[in-house]
Write a protein that binds this ligand. Structure first.
Ligand code: ATP
Length: 248
């Protein structure tokens, strides 16, 4: 008997502006302690899936029109985004969203405000962030706007990590980074998962690096899942490589 998944998405439909249907009956699960890759071409609906999970659709006039999402056994539809953070879910959005005019340290402090009043949970852990990202410690008094793209991505992940989440939603961590930096970021992602057991749902354009760290994966097309399997199987299946991952 395996424990229930940390995240269960059942048959969800998402509609933007009351007309654009972005998700069409999408289901997926993230087992506890695992990294799950969510892959697919531009516009398939990957970012929308993450926004649905963290209850951010309303900010973009989007709506969960059908289906259900359970995080750690709770129906997320009843929870506000900040409540989700407190209960152990962090979302690293595409494009990093850091405060460029604040120092690195101040960026980390800012992300702890969402945790205020959290009951029974671990306090914000700055040392944990600096342990995984020593570069952020070296530059903690410097303005975040002066960080390189890779360092900004580290800060974005650090801001999520500080809450000691059970599940991290990661949207395109490799976006705009060199292959070397992408490799560095992904090895830290794998370490956080292996050492802390943090579950992750990882959206990526770069299927090769994503499947190298993930336990399993899903491939999306047009608002739903078309293929799923272990990361090993997806990475080695010639049809998957050619038709869905552009690696033929
Ligand atoms: P990308 O990698 O390009 O971000 P994606 O797989 O993450 O692609 P989504 O961003 O989730 O895809 O978009 C899915 C569909 O929903 C697309 O057709 C997109 O045009 C539409 N969409 C996304 N956001 C909005 C919005 N705020 N308003 C209207 N339509 C949207």
């Amino acid at each position: 008997n395996s424990p229930p998944p940390i995240l269960e998405v059942n048959n969800i439909e998402v509609i933007y502006n009351k007309v654009v249907q972005a998700l069409r009956g999408l289901s997926l699960a993230v087992p506890r302690g695992q990294i799950v890759a969510l892959l697919g071409s531009n516009g398939a609906g990957k970012s929308t899936t993450l926004k649905a999970v963290s209850n951010l659709l309303a900010l973009e006039d989007g709506q969960l029109a059908a289906g259900s999402i359970r995080f750690a056994g709770q129906d997320t539809a009843r929870l506000a985004p900040h409540t989700l953070v407190r209960s152990g879910l962090s979302h690293v959005m595409e494009g990093r969203r850091i405060f460029e005019d604040l120092t690195i340290e101040e960026n980390l402090v800012a992300s702890t405000y969402a945790l205020a009043g959290r009951e029974g949970a671990a306090p914000p852990d700055f040392d944990l962030v600096y342990e995984y990202f020593p570069r952020l410690h070296e530059r903690r008094k410097g303005l975040a706007g002066y960080l390189s793209g890779g360092e900004q991505q580290m800060l974005a992940i650090g801001r999520a990590l500080i809450a000691q989440p059970q599940l991290i939603l990661l949207d395109e961590p490799s976006l705009g980074l060199s292959p070397k930096l992408t490799e560095d970021i992904f090895s830290i992602i794998a370490r956080i998962n292996a050492e802390r057991g943090t579950s992750m749902l990882l959206v990526e354009q770069n299927a090769t690096v994503a499947l190298a760290v993930a336990h399993s994966g899903y491939i999306m097309e047009n608002g739903k899942i078309v293929i799923d399997g272990t990361a090993e199987r997806l990475a080695s299946d010639p049809d998957v490589r050619e038709f869905y991952l552009g690696m033929g």
